[in-house]
Design a protein around this ligand. Structure first.
Ligand code: GDP
Ligand code: IMO
Ligand code: MG
Length: 421
């Protein structure tokens, strides 16, 4: 398919890295269009194990070129570190990685502000990654951002930085922090620019010529659909839109060019940070332990819960998902019984995800269907028909409840742990 989007249908960490790694070898380009280094996409392959934050997950296939679109915000120190660790593992980046000159930079004050806003909100904090994501997107939208293109004229960059530091230092100092030094920040960022410059370009001709000549694009979303600022659990969301539609602005791809949307879905649910999560497990120590994980970016604990069909159905509809890529089925092998949330009840009424705001969603009663567990190690299975009958039934139940076919089931973190249907 010429333009395929792979996106998360829950609260992030669905296994997008693994999904991209499965398909990337068949594509000419893999491109990121949203988010920043709040993302952490895990890939396990012959180069090793990586948790990549900014570089598209297609970088491991030598013939695949990787694009970081203008919709992405970049912390240059994180990007340089990531590029160096990829090089060290034997991955070639030259003439393979292209970064949009339109992408905005995460500046030191964005990270400080991220922390100050979180602390001011106290118990109502979002639980951000504190990578400066929200404040950087806020500056972009309020015309206060700094982009790579600003560095082509060092005076323009310096002037913009001077104005922003004047503003931001006032807030930082008022809240008890130490002001940032203009010359220090300027020189630090000029140094980053010098290192990254060979990779910075305008992506428009690459994308347009690629579409014209039938090149295949795989678009790698970051975060998950339910972290979208409009359609997610606001204010417990992220700073950039995470939906399929974001690929259009984030990469300059016309909506009509998008031919397929694949939704990555965990066989259960996780969430990092604050905010409602109707199926979170709270009163069952065994399930809590089995379903929680360690976050790839911050090392925090991901909250664990049962599969929520209401959320994935919503994500499938809002994104126009053609097929689901179901991950981590193996994690459920240890359960005698597995709960599946089929919908919600609120004040005695059946409601949908989209009917409620975050504070109401926090109070819904999930309606559960109980499935019998298969209690068998399924990690080595490579054919759907070889899965235990109850595991197959679980997959088919999800398919029916969500209303979208499941094209792939994964049963281990490694590249080959996948069942194609
Ligand atoms: P992403 O942000 O959507 O790319 O997901 P993350 O990489 O943050 O989190 C997914 C985690 O699940 C990673 O640790 C993966 O290695 C792991 N993973 C992916 N697929 C499977 C699977 O089928 N089974 C198991 N056990 N782990 C998986
Ligand atoms: P990947 O791409 C899971 C969450 C944070 C927090 C909220 C806002 O690996 O799926 P931010 O730092 O973006 O302002 O934090 O969004 N969050 C993610 N959760 N996976 C991610 O990315 C996330 N990126 C942001 O935990 O709740
Ligand atoms: Mg992740």
């Amino acid at each position: 398919m010429p333009v395929t989007i792979i996106l998360g249908t829950q609260w992030g960490d669905e296994g997008k890295g693994k999904a991209i790694d499965t398909f990337a070898g068949d594509f000419d380009y893999v491109a990121r269009y949203n988010g920043g280094n709040n993302a952490g996409h895990t890939i396990i392959n012959e180069f090793g194990e990586f948790k990549i934050h900014l570089v598209p997950s297609g970088i491991f296939y030598p013939k695949t070129k990787c694009l970081i679109g203008g919709g992405v915000v970049i912390d240059p120190a994180v990007l340089i570190e990531e590029m160096n660790s990829l090089r060290k593992a034997g991955v070639k980046l030259e003439k393979r990685l292209f970064i949009s000159q339109r992408s905005h930079l995460i500046m030191p004050y964005h990270k400080i502000l991220d922390g100050l806003y979180e602390e001011a909100k106290g118990a109502g904090a979002t639980g951000t990654t504190r990578r400066g994501i929200g404040p950087t997107f806020a500056d972009k939208i309020s015309y206060n951002g700094i982009r790579w293109s600003d560095f082509t004229d060092k005076d323009i960059f310096a002037e913009k930085l001077r104005v922003q530091l004047g503003l931001k230092n006032k807030i930082i100092v008022a809240l008890g922090g130490s002001p940032l030094d203009f010359e220090k920040v300027r020189d630090e960022y000029l140094g980053y620019y010098a290192e990254i410059k060979p990779f910075i370009t305008e992506l428009f001709p690459i994308v347009q010529n690629g579409l014209k000549t039938g090149k295949k694009f795989l678009l790698e979303q970051a975060m998950g659909s339910i972290l979208d600022p409009d359609w997610g659990t606001y204010p417990f969301v992220t700073g950039s839109t995470t939906l399929a539609s974001a690929a259009t602005g984030g990469l300059g791809i016309p909506p009509r060019a998008i031919t397929r949307v694949i939704g990555v879905t965990k066989a259960y649910t996780t969430r990092v940070g604050a905010g409602p999560m109707p199926t979170e497990v709270k009163d069952d120590a065994h399930a809590e332990k089995a379903l929680s994980e360690v976050a790839a970016t911050t090392g925090r604990v991901r909250r664990g819960g049962w599969f929520d069909a209401e959320v994935v159905r919503f994500a499938s509809q809002v994104n126009g998902i053609d097929r689901l890529f179901l991950t981590k089925l193996d994690v459920l092998s240890e359960f005698d019984e597995i709960k599946i949330c089929t919908g919600y009840e609120f004040n005695g009424r059946k409601v949908h995800y989209h009917d409620l705001d975050s504070y109401q969603l926090d109070k819904v009663k999930p309606i559960y269907r109980i499935a019998k567990g298969w209690k068998e190690d399924i990690r080595g299975v490579r054919k759907f028909k070889d899965l235990p009958a109850r595991a197959r039934a679980y997959v088919e139940t999800i398919e029916k409840l969500v209303g979208v076919k499941i094209g792939w089931v994964t049963n281990g973190p490694e590249r080959d742990a996948i069942i194609k249907r």
